[in-house]
Design a protein around this ligand. Sequence first.
Ligand code: SAM
Length: 285
Amino acid sequence: MAYLGNPGRTLAVLEKYNFSFRKNFGQNFLIDDHILTKIVDAADITKDDMVLEIGPGIGTMTQYLCERAKRVVAVEIDRALIPVLEDTLSEYDNVTVINEDILKVNLHKLAEEYNDGKPFAVVANLPYYITTPIIMELFESHVPVKSITVMVQKEVAERMQTGPGSKDYGALSLAVAYYSKAEVVTVVSPNCFIPRPKVESSVIRLNVYDKPPVEVNDEAFLFAIIRASFNQRRKTLMNGLSNAGIPGVTKEKVRDALIKMDKPETVRGETFTLEEFALLSNLLN
Ligand code: SAM
């Protein structure tokens, strides 16, 4: 039985192991059974699924996942949590804990080893200091992932979901739109964690597309264009792109592409939709 999703049991485990929180690892542990159930419900896991959990902490959500999934692989960076996890997960025989930095794990190998290379689900209460690198790695490495259900800072969830015209719109919004369909599951109060974070959080589910909604002849080039456009928000797209040092992208080429797209020279990148970035990328490349 998953028993850790409440403050009393969590504090008892922390005390038993004399655990000190490491702020630099983004450690805010969930203590609310209602939210934990909501996350695993939204992840829609069955006994056929392998789940990758990033940062299991003391194993609170891992317990819920073990009860629903075929196999759970949990990657935790903090060595001090490994004996805790051995204890809190001792009743489950379908879990593997790996003591490693998630950004150093070979996820293709992991999918091969634990799921015969088939798509797995990612579920996590993410360490907030590396939310974007983790999400981008999951997308850009093209590991077989079918869905990503994660707790993130509320404002990051907003950035992931928004479109042109919003101040939150940027490279992350476009990556999410290119690779997945996003849906916010719920907003979570700081009171649902120990220690309390300073900000509100959101659970977001990203359903990863088999095929992106736009066609580009070079994905890396598309994202180089997108990053360059948002790196220099206050500049026009033409100046931003031609100063970014992307091989072959000159002011003349950008001007020609914009004419073909029926856009003025003064246009800014933050007004471009994913479809327009894809068209620009194909015209420039
Ligand atoms: N899943 C637990 C929960 O919900 O109570 C803990 C979530 S806590 C927000 C983030 C967890 O990720 C911590 O256990 C932290 O030690 C771990 N972590 C931080 N950086 C990591 C990294 N680079 N690789 C793997 N785990 C990491």
